[in-house]
Design a protein. Structure first.
Length: 132
């Protein structure tokens, strides 16, 4: 079945004093009825842990309006080329997708990565979304 809304998303997080992880992701988000699904190719940059590329997949519940809040759970699987090792994590995510026009909007989300590296990582992602 075709989704009600289908977005291309570009999102970014900047490291803080508590973590040195920079996150940039490109992906798709689909909303159908009260469900959300997303798939993102994500670059993780860290001075301490090295650079990695991961695939994030997630699904959850959403309210499909002009402002669409959602709650989802996801998993990440990827490769850290500085440490030459595979990495995996899982995360809960809460966020919102806002339509400014028929083709353009923004996303704001908060994730808490578990089992990514040695500690839990909290991320606040700000992004742009585009749809046809």
């Amino acid at each position: 079945p075709e989704p009600d809304k289908y977005y291309f998303r570009i999102a970014h997080n900047i490291s803080t004093d508590k973590n040195d992880l920079d996150v940039t992701s490109l992906g798709v988000v689909s909303l159908k009825n009260n469900m959300i699904g997303h798939a993102d190719l994500t670059y993780l940059g860290s001075d301490k842990d090295g650079d990695a590329l991961v695939l994030d997949l997630g699904a959850g519940i959403a309210f499909n309006w002009y402002v669409s809040p959602y709650l989802s759970i996801g998993a990440s699987l990827g490769y850290n080329w500085d440490k030459d090792e595979a990495i995996a994590a899982y995360f809960p995510e809460v966020g919102v997708v806002v339509d400014f026009s028929r083709t353009f909007g923004m996303s704001l989300s908060a994730r808490r990565y578990y089992s990514l590296y040695e500690q839990e990582e909290n991320m606040v992602m700000l992004g742009l979304v585009f749809r046809d």
